[in-house]
Design a protein around this ligand. Sequence first.
Ligand SMILES: *[C@@H]1O[C@H](CO)[C@@H](O)[C@H](O)[C@H]1NC(C)=O
Ligand SMILES: *[C@@H]1O[C@H](CO)[C@@H](O)[C@H](O)[C@H]1NC(C)=O
Ligand SMILES: *[C@@H]1O[C@H](CO)[C@@H](O)[C@H](O)[C@H]1NC(C)=O
Length: 397
Amino acid sequence: MINQRSLRTSILLLLLLTSFVAGTLAATYRVTDYGAKGDGITDDTQAFTNAWRAVCLNSKEASTLLIPGGKVYLLGLTKFRGPCNHYVRVQVDGNLKRVDEVWSDDDNNWLVFINLNGITVAGAGEIDGQGASWWACKEAKTCAFLAANSLALLHVTKAQVLGLSFKNSAMMHVAVGMSVGVRISNLKITAPAESPNTDGIHVERSRHVIISDCQISTGDDCVSVSSGAKDVNISRIRCGPGHGLSIGSLGIEKSYATAEGIHVSDSTIVRTDNGVRIKTWQGATGFARDISFRNISLTEVRNPIIIDQFYCPRGGCKNETSAVQVSDVKFIGVKGTSANDMAIRLECSQSSGCHDVVMEDVDIRNAVPGEQAQAFCFNAHGKKAKVVKPDVPCLSY
Ligand SMILES: *[C@@H]1O[C@H](CO)[C@@H](O)[C@H](O)[C@H]1NC(C)=O
Ligand SMILES: *[C@@H]1O[C@H](CO)[C@@H](O)[C@H](O)[C@H]1NC(C)=O
Ligand SMILES: *[C@@H]1O[C@H](CO)[C@@H](O)[C@H](O)[C@H]1NC(C)=O
């Protein structure tokens, strides 16, 4: 027998419980409730777009777009467009896979987060760019359109990308542009060493960016920071194979290019083409300044430290008189082994040179026992302190 009082209590409890659950549901939108199958076969793009519209426009409060785990969602070009007027967390528990086709669209991004203020994309999900067919058409020089970056953050503020795994992007895995206040951490990014332009994380025209605790093995730069970047801190990156940690290329097609306040620290670079690098094209204007590389460990890196103001990957560049002005660049605590004899190359522009280059506690040995490591300077100026090995003659104590 249920007495009156306990019945009343039960109803009250039930009401409380229902309102609590309803409250949670009001702020959580599951892509599976909008038709996403997650069977790895059905194209779920429309379902994701519908779920995004709901979380972004219907919700009045901070909300979650939940991509449930244990499933693989096949997606074509998907835009997560704002503004939403409230914070959105995209919880990626399941895996995302790009529809394996070379689409003919001018938009060279796959998953695009655009015009948002307050966005987090986080979870343990894997994001598979299925880039192989695109790499093949690049190899054959038959691609009609630019390959797709896997995840792009464009015109966002207060954004985070946390914890995800990325693999085999058609182009860059994570690309940040025209954004302010971005944190990227704990990502694992992998693509074959020979895959073209598969940068791990790329930043341009953005300010106040933190990239940390990522493990990156790709066919291009692990992290690349390009024009318009200001206040970018990169730390605890494990890079390799790949092309290293790069600033640039700056000043393509004689453009005005800038990079300022870029600090790279506490990172490990293993068997890459370059270690820490600044690359600029000839004939450009602008500057690269207030840059530092601290506590970097290198293992069998082909060009451990390199400033290249004659960057010209396809050849046929003429010597020009103007250049991006490189100044205030510090290499402090950069240590390890070089796979080439030439461990340090400071090749600065003929017209302006590099100024205030500082090396301190730099110790790079030849990876081949008994062979010497060497340094080369062209128009570089600055200071050295403590140990600098191999000796860099253009810098003074
Ligand atoms: C980057 O580090 C510098 C020096 O520690 C600091 O002043 C700056 O605020 C940091 N930037 C960000 C975006 O955290
Ligand atoms: C140098 O960086 C490594 C990671 O590569 C880190 O474990 C170590 O604590 C750092 N050392 C200092 C003095 O910060
Ligand atoms: C450009 O200038 C550099 C430095 O003086 C020189 O080594 C190189 O041969 C020049 N290249 C051309 C194409 O003139």
